[in-house]
Design a protein. Structure first.
Length: 402
């Protein structure tokens, strides 16, 4: 291609011979880059973006729209690099420009690879976009794995891109052997210095594989309900019920026990505890509770029970269980059960409300209770004794009786 372009470029330089030679060469290189960009735009916008099809055609159009800028830049750098040896510039200037073009080409290729990875992952995750993320364990599993692996892949691509650019410099290539020879001690020092970062990085890989937590999982963290909002390569963002965000190192979920309420399924069984009087009619209460639960839209229809679970000296405790699809719906279901059963007991069944009882029993006639004494003190005077009615009587005016 260079031999075919040489006569054309020679004629152009002869036509612009009235300008300085370096200026003519830069003009020629700029025109070649512009023509390459126009050709790339023609291919992408006029051909690839107009491919019909609902599936394959849509995928081609999506990749074309995402990659047209980096591809256009790479085509420009490639065309200018091919034209550079026949541009008429000096060898030193050609080497400098060629090095710059190579660095830009590598950087653009790395950027295009990142865009490709993101487009592929977003296309794959779009299959689960319409699923119910609260209840679809498979969708949240795939979302967690893809996002974690995508971040790790992006880190690796960035490291490889920077390494490839550094290799283009002569000093790095010449001293590469000595650098690798001292890599053992250097890696040990860097490993000790970056131990927390590396530990969290490998913990992210392990979590992506073993899946103890997933995107959207409901986790009890320090006694609060929290949802996994984001999982990065080094930390996890937890959103609490009041919209607070907690940033937790990802290594925490491998070193500490925690509760995951949506590990296998988002469905939960909630319990409501009612304290009622001993005279409460359990048959009526159970029938009303079943009516209330069946009328709640949050109930899944799988689990319901109403049993006397415990009692004390004043009340007995009824435990009501009902199933719901998610923890939030279980909370709403329990609140609705409490509100409706309490209103029903107040209006229709007041005998079920808790009561406090005490009884007053009169003492038998002529029964004398023993005198009260105080611990560590002398007994009460003989005059303080029970009267005939069983109540304490004060001493008479005649003084102590013999």
């Amino acid at each position: 291609m260079q031999h075919e372009l040489a006569p054309v470029l020679t004629e152009v330089r002869n036509w612009l011979s009235w300008l300085p030679a370096p200026v003519v060469s830069f003009i020629v290189l700029s025109v070649i880059g512009l023509l390459a960009a126009l050709f790339s735009r023609l291919v992408t916008d006029r051909i690839l973006m107009r491919i019909p099809g609902a599936k394959r055609g849509a995928l081609v159009r999506l990749f074309t729209k995402s990659l047209r800028r980096p591809v256009r830049l790479m085509v420009m750098f490639f065309a200018v690099g091919i034209t550079l040896p026949v541009s008429g510039l000096s060898n030193s200037l050609q080497a400098t420009i060629g090095h710059i073009l190579l660095i830009c080409f590598i950087a653009t290729m790395g950027y295009g690879t990142l865009i490709t990875i993101r487009t592929l992952s977003d296309t794959y995750l779009s299959r689960f976009a319409e699923a119910d993320q609260d209840d679809d364990i498979l969708a949240r599993k795939h979302a967690t794995q893809i996002r974690l692996l995508r971040r790790l892949t992006e880190i690796i691509i960035c490291v490889l891109t920077v390494s490839a650019e550094l290799v283009t410099f002569e000093p790095v290539r010449e001293y590469g052997v000595s650098l690798f020879a001292s890599a053992g001690a250097a890696s040990l020092i860097l490993g000790l210095a970056a131990r927390p970062v590396l530990a969290n990085l490998f913990a992210g890989v392990q979590i992506a594989m073993t899946q103890p937590i997933r995107m959207g999982d409901l986790i009890v963290f320090n006694g609060d309900w929290t949802w996994v909002e984001e999982i990065t390569s080094t930390y996890v963002v937890l959103r609490s019920w009041d919209w607070r965000r907690r940033i937790v190192p990802i290594l925490y979920f491998l070193d500490n026990p925690f509760e995951n309420w949506t590990y296998n399924s988002a469905e939960l069984v909630g319990a409501v505890y009612l304290h009622v009087d001993y005279r409460a009619p359990m048959d009526r209460i159970r029938t009303k509770l079943e009516e209330i639960v069946r009328g709640c839209p949050q109930w899944t229809g799988k689990d319901f029970s109403a049993q006397v679970a415990d009692c004390n000296q004043q009340t007995m405790m009824i435990r009501v269980t009902a199933s719901a699809r998610t923890a939030i719906r279980s909370w709403d279901l329990r609140c609705e059960i409490r509100e409706k059963i309490i209103r029903w007991m107040c209006e229709e069944c007041p005998e079920a409300l808790p009561k406090t009882r005490f009884a007053m029993t009169p003492a038998e006639q002529g029964y004398a209770q023993p005198a009260l004494t105080r611990t560590g003190e002398n007994p009460l005077p003989p005059g303080f004794m029970n009267g005939p009615e069983g109540a304490f009587q004060p001493p008479s005016d005649s003084g102590p009786q013999a």
